[in-house]
Design a protein around this ligand. Structure first.
Ligand code: NAG
Ligand code: NAG
Ligand code: NAG
Length: 439
C-alpha cells in the first residue's frame, strides 16, 4: 500500500510543478540574455569603496575600456562590496554592471560638477524648469545590450540634497533621474536596489525591449517626484516582481508633453506590469499625465498596493492630444480608480487648447479594495468624452463598513459588470461579465 501512495504523491508533485511553471508568465523572453566571458572589476581602475573616495574617474575609465576594447559578447564590470561614491557617468553598449551583495554605488552630494544635458525633444524643456536638465546618475544614450544586475547591491541617489533644493525652490534646472536610458534597446535591470533618487528612479525614454524585474525601489513617502519606473515613448517594456515604495507614482507610463510630445509623435506601447507590490501617497499604476505621443496596449496585473493615494490613475489634459487606448488593469488595491482629463501643467503657453486627448478602451477588472475613501472618479472632457470604459468585478469597501462614498463621473461612456459600489449611471450595466468586445 505504501508504494502506490508514494508514487501517486510524486506524480501529483510533478503534475502541479509543471502546471505552475507553465502558468507563471515572465518577461524573460523579451531581451536576449548574453553570455559574457570578459570580466573586469572597478578596483582594477583604482576604485575604492570606502564611502569617501570619489570614483568618477574609475567608473568613466572602466566604461571607456569596455567601449573601446570591445570584447566578443561584451564585458562585465564587477563592483565588489563597499560604498563607491561617484559623480554621474555614462554606460556603454554590451556591458553588464554587476553589483555584488553589499556593493553600493552612491551619487555624490557635491552638485557643483553635475553635468547638464539637453532637454528631451518630446518635452521641449526640463520637466520642472525651463532649459536643460541634470544628467541622470547612471546614463545611457543610443545603447544596446546593457544589463544592470547582481546580488541586490544598491544604487543610492542620496536625493535629500535635491529634495531640499526643490522644497526651498533653489533648483536652477530639472533634477536628475537615478537611471535613464535614451534611444536604447535590449536593456535588463534586475536584482538591484534603487534608493533615494533625486527625481524619477528609472526612466527609459525612446527605448524598446526593456525589462525591469526583481528590483526594489525605495524613497521616503514625502520625497518629491520620486516616481518608481516611468516608461516614456518606449515600446516592449516589461516590469515584474518588484517592490516599489516611493513619494510619487510607482509606475507611470508617459509619452511626451503637449505640443512637443505631439510634434515628436512617439507613443508608448506594449507595456506589461505584473506582480508589483508597493505603497505611495500618489498612484500605483498611472498612465500620464504626459501622454501626447499616445499610449497603447498597457497590461497591469497582480498589482498589490497598500497605503495608496489612488490605485489606478489615467490622467491627461487639454493640450496633450494623444490617444490613450487599450489599457487593462487588474489589481488588489486599497484605493480607488481615477480616470481624469484635467491633470498636470503645461510646458509653456504655446500648447494647443484644441489638442484634445482621446481616451478609449480602458478596462479595469478584478479590483478588490478595503478602507477606500472614494471608489472612483471618471472625469472625461466635455469636448472629448472618454469612451469604451469597462469596469468589471470591482469591490471597494469603505473605511467604516460596506458603504463607500459613491463614484463620480462625467463625460464618459462605457459599461460595468459586478461593480460595488455601483458606478454612476453613465456606465451602463452589462449582463455578461466580459469587456471583450472593447479590448
Ligand atoms: C555622456 O553621454 C552624453 C550623450 O551621449 C554626452 O553628451 C556626455 O558628454 C557624456 N557625459 C559624460 C560625463 O561622459
Ligand atoms: C534579490 O531580490 C529579489 C527581489 O526582492 C529576490 O527575489 C532575490 O532572491 C534576491 N537575490 C539575492 C541574491 O539576494
Ligand atoms: C490590447 O493590449 C493587450 C495587452 O497589452 C494585447 O494583448 C492586445 O492584443 C491588445 N489589443 C488590441 C486590439 O490591440
Amino acid at each position: 500500500m505504501l508504494l502506490p501512495t508514494t508514487l501517486l504523491t510524486l506524480l501529483c508533485f510533478f503534475f502541479f510543478d509543471a502546471l505552475s511553471a507553465e502558468e507563471v508568465v515572465t518577461c524573460s523572453n523579451i531581451v536576449p540574455f548574453p553570455r559574457r566571458t570578459d570580466k573586469i572589476s572597478i578596483t582594477d581602475f583604482g576604485g575604492v569603496g570606502d564611502g569617501v573616495t570619489l570614483n568618477t574617474k574609475a567608473f568613466r575609465e572602466a566604461v571607456y575600456r569596455i567601449r573601446h576594447l570591445h570584447r566578443n559578447g561584451g564585458t562585465v564590470l564587477f563592483v565588489p562590496p563597499g560604498i563607491y561614491v561617484s559623480e554621474p557617468f555614462n554606460l556603454t553598449s554590451h556591458m553588464t554592471l554587476y553589483l555584488a551583495a553589499g556593493a553600493v554605488i552612491r551619487a555624490t552630494q557635491d552638485l557643483s560638477t553635475w553635468p547638464l544635458i539637453a532637454p528631451l525633444p518630446s518635452y521641449g524643456r526640463g520637466r520642472e524648469l525651463p532649459g536643460g536638465r541634470y544628467m541622470s546618475f547612471l546614463h545611457g544614450d543610443g545603447l544596446e545590450d546593457v544589463i544592470i544586475t547582481g546580488e541586490n547591491g544598491t544604487i543610492d541617489g542620496q536625493g535629500e540634497v535635491w529634495w531640499n533644493m526643490w522644497r526651498k525652490q533653489t533648483l536652477k534646472f530639472t533634477r536628475p533621474n537615478l537611471v535613464e536610458f535614451v534611444n536604447s534597446k535590449n536593456i535588463i535591470i534586475s536584482n538591484v536596489i534603487f534608493k533615494d533618487s533625486p527625481f524619477w528612479n528609472i526612466h527609459p525614454v525612446y527605448c524598446s525591449n526593456v525589462v525591469v524585474r526583481f528590483t526594489t525601489i525605495l524613497a521616503p513617502r514625502d520625497s518629491p517626484n520620486t516616481d518608481g519606473i516611468d516608461p516614456d515613448s518606449s515600446s516592449n517594456v516589461c516590469i515584474e516582481d518588484s517592490y516599489i515604495s516611493t513619494g510619487d507614482d510607482l509606475v507611470a507610463v508617459k509619452s511626451g508633453w503637449d505640443e512637443y510630445g505631439i510634434a515628436y509623435g512617439r507613443p508608448s506601447s506594449d507595456i506589461t506590469i505584473r506582480r508589483v507590490t508597493g505603497s505611495s501617497p500618489f498612484s500605483g499604476i498611472a498612465v500620464g499625465s504626459e501622454t501626447s505621443g499616445g499610449v497603447e496596449n498597457v497590461l497591469a496585473e497582480h498589482i498589490n498596493l497598500f497605503k495608496m493615494g489612488v490605485g489606478i490613475h489615467v490622467k491627461t489634459n487639454t493640450g496633450r492630444g494623444g490617444l490613450i487606448h487599450n489599457i487593462t488593469v487588474s489589481q488588489d488595491a486599497r484605493k480607488g480608480i481615477k480616470i481624469s482629463g484635467d491633470v498636470g501643467g503645461h510646458p509653456d503657453d504655446r500648447f494647443d487648447p484644441n489638442a484634445l486627448p482621446v481616451v478609449k478602451g480602458i478596462t479595469i477588472n478584478n479590483v478588490w479594495g478595503v478602507k477606500v475613501l472614494q471608489a472612483g472618479l471618471i472625469k472625461g472632457l466635455n469636448k472629448a468624452p472618454f469612451t469604451e470604459v469597462c469596469l468589471s468585478d470591482i469591490n471597494l469597501h469603505g473605511e467604516t463598513g460596506p458603504r463607500t462614498p459613491p463614484w463620480q463621473c462625467s463625460d464618459v461612456v462605457g459599461v460595468a459588470h459586478q461593480v460595488s459600489p455601483w458606478p454612476c449611471s453613465e456606465l451602463i450595466s452589462q449582463q455578461s461579465g466580459s469587456c471583450g468586445n472593447f479590448s
